[in-house]
Ligand binder design. Structure first.
Ligand SMILES: [Zn+2]
Length: 277
């Protein structure tokens, strides 16, 4: 920035594609120096403006989620400690600096008009930005070239009672993105993506296969999300257990939606029972 004669104080607008710490951790110090406004999806409001309370609220939700899904307490504690370590990298921005944006809104950046494309899944407030003249998509963590995006388990947003069905939403968001005419997608991590339709087709097939695999495991061998997590990803530690559980629960949500499994609560633990005879 300084090579171009610019400093943090020159920034007027920050667009946060989703409220994960590696995407907005520096927003607060930049806002403090520049007074910039932070544009993000309305669902990210509390993460960005009331960060500390949101961290506490989520930690409580995750502790319950671990227990309900059959994970041992010491693993839950290790995962919560791992998450707390990541949370050190962000602080809240003042509430009056937050500007909510939604699907179809426009954001002018450097003379180009970018359209907001709401693509919940990896995070419930995730937006991509699309510029139709150059057919460029800023895909954030919605589409990554070399790894699948985790459908991160989230508590209900404040004011709602149901948690987002992350992978259900993510599949729908991928199908929506595949409708766009995209020459290149620029993800937040890793290399550009030249053919998003091929990538999305591959991802959808991958999740289909994983759904079948999970259904088979439930039919023969296991019944909780944590047991499935151990089958799919043995030996996970710390915060990775949380990501593994998120992946499994995302698939179980789809199987439940499709009527392929039903849930049963026994001794405080959710068990998934295949419905196919
Ligand atoms: Zn992310």
């Amino acid at each position: 920035m300084s090579a171009r004669g610019l400093a943090f104080k020159d920034i007027r607008r920050i667009v946060v594609t989703h409220a994960h710490v590696d995407h907005f951790g520096l927003a607060a110090p930049i806002v403090a120096e520049s007074g910039a406004r932070v544009w993000s999806h309305a669902r990210d409001r509390w993460w960005l403006t009331d960060f500390e309370n949101e961290v506490t609220r989520r930690a409580d939700f995750y502790r319950d989620a671990f227990a309900q899904n059959g994970a041992p307490l010491e693993l839950a504690n290790a995962a919560t400690r791992g998450m707390a370590g990541v949370m050190r990298y962000a602080t809240a921005i003042p509430a009056d600096r937050f500007i909510p944006i939604d699907d179809g809104d426009s954001v002018t950046l450097g003379g180009d008009v970018w359209r907001v494309v709401y693509t919940p899944g990896h995070a419930s407030g995730l937006i991509c930005l699309y510029e139709p003249r150059s057919r460029t998509l800023i895909s954030s963590d919605h589409l990554l070239r070399d790894i699948t995006s985790n459908p991160v388990l989230e508590p209900p947003t404040r004011g709602e009672s149901e948690r987002p069905r992350a992978l259900v939403n993510y599949i729908a968001s991928m199908q929506k993105t595949a409708q766009l005419d995209v020459r290149v997608a620029l993800p937040a991590h890793g290399e550009p993506i030249e053919d998003i339709r091929a990538l999305i087709a591959g991802r959808l097939a991958f999740h289909r296969a994983r759904l079948d695999h999970i259904e088979q495991q439930l039919a023969c061998c296991v019944s909780t999300a944590y047991e499935l997590c151990n089958v799919l990803f043995p030996d996970l530690k710390s915060v990775d257990v949380f990501l593994g559980l998120s992946e499994v629960i995302g698939h179980l949500d789809i199987l439940e939606n499709e009527g392929r499994v039903r849930r049963e609560m026994r001794d405080g633990v959710v068990r998934y029972i295949p419905t196919k005879k």
